[in-house]
Design a protein. Structure first.
Length: 500
């Protein structure tokens, strides 16, 4: 496994394409899901390959306070259709000796407010999101063209999800020199669809509002704009790239994606092994590795104590860390939970999301004290302790473009139990006689999205848990896998070189 000793990133090579990586969130400054992790880890991995990668992010309050010092590099006082803003430059630390250059769009009118990147404190979408992320797309296009006020010029703009989807459209209609664009889909279900009158208000030509353009069922779609106008499309796992070319996971865009399949590449996300490494993790009580997992039991006991579960080493402890939503299969977990405690199984849940599901899960924890524990919200320290202390990690997602926790889990010797969808198929090998024999088994997979199938697979895992030697074999199989960003970053570099 990787060391966490800080290693300076190499100086970018002049022979490599320059990349402007446009993202609405980046860990640790602002994160609502896996995109925040990817936006920190992938650019760092690309810079390790000597690529000149720089980030462009909105200037939320947590970004402006989290990055210091910041210098003014450009002013956009009379940018048509948008409020005045300042472009600032800073550096996002990667480790004690390295950092990634970051451009920040400082626009108080659009970004200086309480709440999250996309929603207000009450959980409602900001009503001006079309302008908030239209500005992100516009500045990305300016910096990617000969209209840029900066000396640094990218060969490629790499856009991520709907929030930066207008950049390829703005670039397409720019008459001068411009960078090529890559559009990455992290979750096709989130599309950024707005009323059609916003087309003119955001400075796009009327001709763009067409089925061969940004029109999508009578709305303008930020995501479709990126998918239609970008030179290349990527998504976060090979299996998800196949799934989104047909219903139901195409979410209405399957025709466009199927037509562009020659420009569509699935690249599995990596994980940051300097942050997710049980041999060095600062958040866990006792460190361990694939050669000696004995200390994992200590972390399990601490997790049981922390979550007020019964202190019992013989009962398998299952865990889930996720947004609490229908997509993530929490309705199935609610259905099977009363039966789990009879098996017996302990269950820990960390996350937030749908208010009614949160209430139901909290009620289950109150009904089964010492057996089910629920923490509504998210803390980084607790998520690491759960990965280290749990025996099995549950991901019954209806769809999962890539998923990260199933990879974190394998690194921590925590066997993932997943639904056969998206990146979960690409990263978890079901335990069968054949996969046990060839040494590839790393977890448990169920194929029908029903409570009965989930419960049956949990029972299968519990039976295997009793076979200590075989369970240890699966743990070591998972811990031996290379989920680092090195392989993924090399795949992105091939695409950049092709386009540049």
């Amino acid at each position: 496994m990787s060391s966490t000793v800080p290693i300076p990133l190499p100086v970018p090579s002049r022979n490599e394409p320059r990349i402007l990586f446009i993202t609405p969130e980046v860990f640790p400054l602002c994160k609502t899901g896996g995109l925040g992790d990817v936006s920190a880890s992938l650019p760092a991995a690309l810079r390790a390959l000597r690529m000149d990668v720089r980030l462009l992010i909105p200037g939320y309050p947590q970004v402006l306070t989290g990055l210091k010092p910041k210098r003014k590099v450009a002013v956009f006082e009379h940018l048509k259709y948008f409020p005045p803003c300042v472009l600032r430059a800073a550096k996002l630390p990667v480790n004690d000796s390295s950092s990634i250059p970051v451009f920040i769009i400082d626009c108080p009118e659009l970004y200086s407010r309480e709440g999250g990147p996309y929603q207000d404190p009450a959980g409602q979408d900001w009503p001006d999101n079309a302008w908030r992320f239209g500005l992100l797309g516009k500045i990305g296009a300016i910096l990617g063209s000969d209209a840029s006020p900066l000396k640094w010029q990218p060969h490629i703009v790499h856009c991520n999800d709907w929030q930066s989807g207008l950049t390829p459209a703005y670039l397409h209609f720019h008459p001068g020199r411009k960078a090529a664009s890559v559009m990455t889909i992290h979750n096709l279900a989130f599309q950024g669809n707005f009323p059609p009158e916003n087309v003119a208000r955001l400075g796009l030509p009327a001709s763009s509002y067409d089925m061969h353009g940004i029109e999508f069922h009578g709305r303008m779609s930020f995501l479709k704009a990126g998918l239609y106008y970008a030179e290349h499309i990527t998504t976060v796992s090979p299996n998800y790239a196949r799934e989104i070319q047909s219903e139901p996971l195409g979410f209405g865009l399957q025709g466009l994606l199927s037509a562009r399949r020659e420009q569509l590449t699935g690249i599995i996300n990596g994980i940051d092994e300097t942050l997710w490494n049980p041999a060095r993790d600062p958040y866990i009580v006792s460190h361990y590795s694939h050669t000696d997992l004995s200390a994992k039991a200590i972390n399990k006991r601490v997790l049981q104590e922390t979550m007020a579960l019964a202190l019992d080493d013989t009962v398998p402890l299952f865990a889930a860390i996720s947004r609490i939503t229908h997509q993530k299969g929490f309705d199935l977990l609610q259905q099977v939970a009363p039966q789990l405690v009879k098996i017996p199984v302990q269950l820990v849940i960390l996350g937030s999301g749908n208010a009614e599901m949160e209430k139901s899960l909290t009620a289950l924890a109150q009904a089964y004290p010492g057996k089910i524990a629920v923490h509504i919200g998210y803390t980084e320290a607790l998520s690491h302790l759960i990965e280290a202390g749990a025996d099995c990690f549950l991901m019954p997602s209806r769809f999962e473009p890539c998923g990260l926790n199933q990879m974190y889990s394998q690194q921590y010797g925590t066997l993932p139990l997943v639904h056969a969808t998206g990146g979960l198929v690409d990263t978890v090998v079901d335990c069968t006689p054949a996969t046990l024999n060839d040494g590839s088994a790393t977890g448990f997979v169920f194929h029908l999205m029903t409570a009965e199938q989930l419960l049956a697979t949990i029972r299968r895992a519990v039976e295997l848990f009793k076979d200590t030697a075989t369970w240890r074999t699966l743990q070591q199989n998972g811990m031996a896998k290379d989920f680092s960003w090195r392989i993924s970053a090399a795949a992105y570099r091939r695409i950049y070189r092709m386009l540049a």
